[in-house]
Write a protein that binds this ligand. Sequence first.
Ligand SMILES: O=C(O)[C@H](O)[C@@H](O)[C@H](O)[C@H](O)COP(=O)(O)O
Length: 263
Amino acid sequence: MGKPPNLYTFPDTDELAKSLRAFVIDAQNAALERHNKFRVGVSGGSLPKTLAKALLANPSGDDDKVNFPKWHIFFADERAVPLDHEDSNYRLVKEELLDKIPEEMGKPEVYPIDTKYMDDIQEMADQYEQTLVKSFAARDSVKIPMFDLLLLGCGPDGHTCSLFPESPLLRETEAWVLPIENSPKPPPKRITLSLPVACHGIKIGFVATGAGKKEILRKIFDTEEGHSLPCGLINTSAQERVSWFTDFAAVEGVQFPSRRGSL
Ligand SMILES: O=C(O)[C@H](O)[C@@H](O)[C@H](O)[C@H](O)COP(=O)(O)O
């Protein structure tokens, strides 16, 4: 038995962002040492904004530097819409983070979906999988890609990426990227990393803030039923490789032990 996931909680998103930064930079530095690049998967929702708050702050020393030119940013899930559409996760990450990176920090490499496949979501997912294959070496030598870091959100129903509770997609064991035609959360057409890829991240950070998350966090952390929700499945599978960054409002009433204030 490994150790359980880490549940961190902070008074507000400013404090949360400071610790999220430390977590991301640790993952970055470890990845740079391992293979001189940092492969990150990010979700949409509220995450990009909090991430920008974390990453665009001034470094406190040499060990605290964000090395954007070494970053390779992939999408943990994406909506099948044009890249400038208001529902696009790419657009969200671009507006919240990429466009705000000062020139002197350098730019990350970013891997958006290929919108030419808008009418064929299966093809879009396959093409995105090929994008991963290219970055993670040939498919036959890498069974499941290991992101250096996955930064995910948690929906009010316990979904993460675009893996929704009780979806047959949760049973996928082979594919890395999956198509969704009828997402319960709009827009309906999306692609998402599969559960095995989501569970395989070397580090996995969830960010969940606000009172709107307390019911679902209680369920995920404190009930048997919560273990079968997508976020719970990642907790169970990846254990201490998972860290949750929450605010006090989101963990109100959660019994599972949380660490307050710092990593
Ligand atoms: O594109 C999406 O729909 C997201 O990737 C989704 O998985 C999101 O992360 C959660 O719904 C949490 O969103 P919030 O952080 O906004 O609650």
